[in-house]
Design a protein around this ligand. Structure first.
Ligand SMILES: *[C@@H]1O[C@H](CO)[C@@H](O)[C@H](O)[C@H]1NC(C)=O
Ligand SMILES: *[C@@H]1O[C@H](CO)[C@@H](O)[C@H](O)[C@H]1NC(C)=O
Length: 423
């Protein structure tokens, strides 16, 4: 359902803004004592993050049209989705339908994360200005996707999901919606977890009929080479159950006190350097603007489920891509009919699916060794359908907000998509 549609330009923005404020339910209580320099450090000069939707806060202000949409998943989650239907300068290409592109963020952030750099530098607006019909996803549990047809986000049942459910429910619901609205096959851009859930979906034959091509930035599928001390210690705590004792199987809110305390306890481990938490988690980003980092810390990180974090930690521990492990053979049998969780076999991804993979040499989460494993699973992919880009200096966050990401990555993404439809 479109909450806000048919913007007639900036003159209408005030009216639409009002509609937005009424309709976009922001369940998340904004904590004035959130954080500023670090993910969990108590902040001094607090800036309250925008409570209006992403369109009003980050898109319309730059002169772009933007629509807020809602998509309900089969398991009842109501997700917010933004659409930037065209660029600032509307091209005279009547008759040519715009190519839809869906942009999917990673774990612990939301769709807002794509808009932290100015219009000339951020991916959605660059795509819009290149003639694309741009859609921004917001995963369940993040600020603007915290509603459900029956469950309240304050109860643990709301958080009973891992990335398996993003594969089974979120991504298919969003693809169905965008495909239904545009009647066209979709180009996809995923970052981080946004690549994992797409790859897992493709391996099950999902989405491939509604998709044109996919760009995978900072791809994660295998996580066994993840090498940051903090990441390793955290992953261990997740899989051995420490974390569930502290948090319960419920919301994992990085801005909340329990998670903050948990992180602080991890930071006390020898070898774990939390002075700069963003670098500790994502690697040594080469190209972030200090004021963009400030914006990032005002808007992110976002909640996910503890179960999702455990599942990611299992992925790191086990070195295979499998469904959530309930930890006991009988529980797995109950859920899957077999004692070990079923695997997602990436060799099943259709060999003619156009893929663009871009990865960085400094990325702590998408380690080069793990990307090599991923690329190995594409060894039978049609040679002309797979493009790979390696960026020596890039780490995980450079792909979403690097000052030079336009020149280095996004222009390649645009060129890759355009090659597919001239082909
Ligand atoms: C960093 O961000 C500030 C504020 O948006 C801007 O004035 C400055 O030009 C940016 N620097 C670069 C290198 O993009
Ligand atoms: C994945 O699928 C490929 C081909 O379909 C098969 O050869 C391979 O054994 C499978 N891998 C696993 C771990 O099941």
């Amino acid at each position: 359902m479109a909450l806000v549609r048919g913007f007639l330009g900036l003159a209408a923005a005030c009216r639409d803004f009002c509609v937005l404020v009424v309709f976009v339910l922001v369940v998340h209580p904004h904590r004035a004592d959130g954080f500023s320099r670090g993910f969990f450090a108590p902040s001094k000069g607090v800036v309250i993050p925008p409570v209006a939707g992403i369109c009003a806060a980050s898109v319309i202000v730059h002169g772009y049209k933007c629509q807020e949409h809602e998509v309900t998943t089969q398991d009842g989650y109501i997700l917010s989705l933004q659409r930037i239907p065209e660029g600032r300068v509307v091209r005279n290409d009547a008759g040519n339908k715009r190519q839809p592109v869906l942009i999917q963020h990673g774990v612990l952030v939301d769709g807002m994360t794509w808009f932290l750099n100015p219009p000339e530098q951020n991916l959605p607006m660059i795509l819009a200005d290149n003639g694309f019909d741009v859609w921004i996803a917001n995963t369940r549990g993040t600020r603007f996707s915290r509603r459900h047809t029956a469950l309240d986000s304050s109860i643990p049942d709301f958080w009973d999901w891992s990335w398996d459910e993003l594969v089974s429910f979120d991504i298919p619901a969003i693809f169905d919606f965008v495909y239904g609205q545009t009647g066209q096959k979709i180009d996809y851009v995923g970052h981080s977890l946004g690549t994992l859930i797409a790859l897992a979906s493709f391996s099950e034959g999902k989405l491939v009929n509604q998709m044109k091509s996919a760009a995978l930035l900072s791809p994660i599928a295998y996580l066994s080479h993840m090498n940051t001390a903090l990441g390793v210690v955290a992953a261990r705590a997740f899989v051995n159950g420490e974390i569930t004792t502290i948090l319960g199987l419920a919301e994992f809110n990085p801005k909340g006190e329990p998670v903050g305390n948990f992180l602080k306890s991890l930071c006390a481990y020898p070898g774990v350097d939390c002075y700069d938490l963003l670098s500790a988690l994502t690697g040594k980003n080469c190209c972030l603007n200090a004021s963009t980092i400030d914006l990032f810390l005002m808007n992110e990180p976002q909640s996910t489920s503890t179960k999702n974090m455990i599942h990611l930690a299992q992925t790191a521990r086990d070195g295979i891509l499998a469904k959530y492990n309930y930890g006991r053979p009988d529980y797995n049998v109950m859920h899957y009919g077999i004692a070990t969780p079923p695997i997602y076999n990436l060799s099943n991804i259709p060999h003619d699916l156009p893929l663009f993979v871009s990865y960085g040499g400094q990325d702590a989460l998408s380690d080069v060794g793990d990307v090599m494993l991923l690329l190995d699973s594409f060894k039978f992919h049609d040679v002309d359908k797979l493009s790979v880009q390696f960026i020596k200096d890039y780490a995980h966050a450079d792909f979403i907000m690097g000052v030079n990401a336009k020149d280095i990555v996004y222009n390649q993404v645009v060129a890759f998509f355009k090659r597919q439809y001239s082909a």
